[in-house]
Write a protein that binds this ligand. Structure first.
Ligand SMILES: Cc1ncc(COP(=O)(O)O)c(C=O)c1O
Length: 360
């Protein structure tokens, strides 16, 4: 029934497959801090959960699925990030659909960065008025904001962009303030990876949290678990609880995943200085071999050809080095996507980068 389409995908070198990788050095996953392998976190999360009388969420948070573990974690995240309120959500994908679809009402306008994640683009299809601005182009955004006659203006950006690894410009935060726009910041790749306290982009720029700022963070990356959260003012949190369909009509997030993320979030905060030092050591290897200082833990190496990027990935895999191969049109030019993960040793990263230089 779909063979023709599948053949076309294959011809364009865009065929995707799931594989199970064993015994490879992982430069591809978003487990930035290696917490997915931390046995102590697993044990602590189990202890936390064992104290409870139920271990599964059972229902939507709006029925009786809201559990003290959810509430404690929300309060913890809101407090450390300087927001009024927190809201756990099943996943980052759902969180973006939830906030964008619910907050952009009939007379409002969404301003979304052209490199925003697929979840935001899908959500944008559900709202009435959308303006896409060129990636990180604050001038274009400002001219769109100036022209807009919308009742509410909602801007959607990422803290660290998931493919290229660049940071949202500080000017965009200032524009949100100037134009009294709601600013949704997807911190999937910035929470736990940048900032003085490893809290993400607000922390990195030391931005004062305003009532119109919203932070979305995921738990499946640096926090070594699964799920997501939205931090905001109490008013916005209450509105989402009342209008966001993935929050109202979906089972509450898994208690085990929240307990695990809670354990890991506390670990990150406690060891932030040590972690940051280790991450900086990896960044210095990039400077040494490639002569560039990576802004984030995502290092894109432009290859520019879908076929070649897959060949390079295969070649590296033969040496048990696993890197991401991101093809066009997901990115404007095909890239090898290297994650500077904390468990990676300096000499391992050096070896990988030198091999890529040699192959390219
Ligand atoms: C920028 C960004 N936002 C949202 C998501 C979705 O988050 P989740 O994996 O928790 O659904 C991802 C990737 O997974 C992402 O890279």
């Amino acid at each position: 029934m779909y063979q023709k389409e599948l053949n076309a995908i294959k011809r364009a070198n865009l065929f995707r497959q799931r594989k199970i990788y064993k015994n490879v050095l992982d430069f591809a996953s978003n487990d930035y801090l290696g917490l997915a392998n931390r046995k102590k976190s697993l044990q602590k999360a189990c202890i936390l959960l064992k104290k409870e009388t139920s271990f599964a969420p059972k229902a939507s948070m709006l029925i009786n699925g809201y559990h003290p573990i959810h509430q404690k974690f929300e309060n913890f995240l809101a407090k450390i990030n300087g927001f009024e309120a927190g809201l756990v959500v099943g996943s980052g994908f759902l969180a973006n659909i939830a906030s964008i679809e619910a907050l952009v009402r009939k007379n409002d306008e969404l301003f979304i960065d052209s490199e925003f994640h697929a979840s935001g683009n899908l959500a944008a299809r559900l709202v009435k008025k959308v303006s896409v601005f060129e990636h990180n182009n604050e001038k274009e955004l400002e001219s769109l904001l100036q022209k807009s006659k919308a009742y509410r203006k909602i801007i959607a950006i990422e803290g660290v962009y998931s493919m290229i690894g660049d940071l949202a410009k500080r000017e965009i935060f200032e524009l949100a303030k100037k134009y009294e726009a709601i600013l949704i910041v997807d911190e999937a790749h910035s929470s736990g990876t940048i900032g003085k306290n490893l809290l993400g982009i607000f922390d990195y720029y030391d931005i004062k949290i305003e009532p119109n700022f919203i932070k979305m963070g995921t738990l499946g990356k640096a926090y070594g678990s699964y799920g997501a959260y939205i931090l905001s003012s109490k008013e916005i949190r209450d509105f989402l609880i009342n209008r966001a369909k993935p929050i109202i009509y979906s089972t509450a997030p898994s208690l085990f995943d929240i307990a695990l993320a809670y354990t890991n979030a506390k670990y990150i905060l406690k060891h932030k200085d040590k972690i940051r030092k280790k991450l900086n050591k990896l960044k210095r290897v990039v400077v040494e071999v490639l002569g560039i200082w990576p802004e984030s833990l995502i290092l894109p190496i432009v290859i520019g050809d879908n076929k070649k990027v897959l060949q390079l990935q295969k070649k590296l895999l033969k040496k048990d080095l696993f890197v991401g191969a991101i093809r066009e049109p997901t990115v404007p030019k095909a890239i090898l996507r290297i994650i500077l993960r904390e468990p990676i040793k300096k000499k391992e990263l050096k070896k990988l980068l030198e091999l890529i230089k040699e192959y390219d």
